[in-house]
Design a protein around this ligand. Sequence first.
Ligand SMILES: [Ca+2]
Ligand SMILES: [Ca+2]
Length: 150
Amino acid sequence: MPTTAEKTLKDLLNSNSVSLALGPNKNNPIELDHTFELNIHPGFRLKLQFGFNAANENSIIIYNNELSEILKRDNRSNGNSDWISEKNTGPTPIRLFVTAWNLNPQNNQWRQSPYKVTSQSNGLSFIQLGFEDWTDNDYDDAVLLAQTIQ
Ligand SMILES: [Ca+2]
Ligand SMILES: [Ca+2]
């Protein structure tokens, strides 16, 4: 839920000095309203698939609850291979924070991309996020499909 994610991230940002050294170059702050919380639910794994449809460089970076980078995919050398988490054997959801970043060709600076939830099941099964790197609002420049699996 966005409200929970914002509250959690605000707490993290207030307590964690590394929060200002994130992004592809590890020198960016996190923008709360551009960050999505994903959960690995108790008893399940999480499968992530990535896609890109953009000329500019786009990177999806996922952080854990300590804002440590655990995963990066992009439309350059890191590629877009799938990722499957370990099963969450604990009693509470494991929180992940999803961000996407795009390299602005006008000034060669990374910036965090806004997102939309482009489709979502009724229940835990899947959610798809689309990120926008420019002004055409196709929200497919970076795409994440997250599936809760056994
Ligand atoms: Ca676009
Ligand atoms: Ca596009």
